[in-house]
Design a protein around this ligand. Structure first.
Ligand SMILES: [Zn+2]
Length: 145
C-alpha cells in the first residue's frame, strides 16, 4: 500500500500541537474524549468553534469549558461525491449539524455508524473521538442508541 502525504493546504485535519495552533488545548481535550471550546475571561462570551480572539471584545484571554457530548441532529446530508482528499474511499457518508444539548451551538460533523437512509431530524447522537493514523485526533457524532 502506498501512503500519500498530502500538502498541508489540502489536509483536512488541522495541525494540533502547541507549535502550530493556539487552540492546541482543544485537541488535548479531544484526546481525553471531551469536546471543549473557549469562554472569554473578559466579557464571558462563549463561542463555537474555539477562538484565539473574542468576537465580542477582542480579548485573547480565554478559559476552556467542556461542552455536552450529546445532542440531536438538526440537519444532515450525504456526501456522495467530491469528498476531501483522503476521504474518497469513505463515500457515501453522512454530514450533520448537531444541536448540542443545553447550548445554542450547532456543530458540523461527520455522523458515523449510520447511513443517510437511517438518519432523521431530531435523532439523538453522541460524541465519539478517534485517533488518525498519524497520531492526530478528531471527532464525529454517532447515533446515541
Ligand atoms: Zn470577550
Amino acid at each position: 500500500m502506498t501512503t500519500i502525504v498530502l500538502p498541508y493546504m489540502l489536509d483536512f485535519y488541522p495541525l494540533q500541537d502547541e507549535d502550530n495552533t493556539r487552540i492546541h488545548q482543544f485537541y488535548a481535550s479531544l484526546r481525553e474524549g471531551k469536546l471543549t471550546t473557549t469562554k472569554c475571561k473578559d466579557c464571558g462570551g462563549l463561542f463555537w468553534p474555539p477562538r484565539v480572539a473574542c468576537p465580542g471584545c477582542n480579548s485573547d484571554q480565554f478559559e476552556w469549558v467542556e461542552l455536552p457530548d450529546e445532542g440531536e441532529l438538526y440537519a444532515f446530508t450525504a456526501m456522495l461525491l467530491g469528498a476531501p482528499l483522503g476521504m474518497e474511499k469513505d463515500v457515501p457518508f453522512v454530514l450533520g449539524m448537531v444541536q448540542l444539548d443545553g447550548t445554542e451551538f450547532k456543530v458540523l460533523s461527520r455522523i458515523g455508524n449510520t447511513k443517510y437512509e437511517d438518519c432523521s431530524l431530531g435523532m439523538r447522537v453522541k460524541l465519539e473521538t478517534y485517533e488518525l493514523e498519524d497520531g492526530r485526533v478528531w471527532f464525529r457524532f454517532v447515533p446515541a442508541d
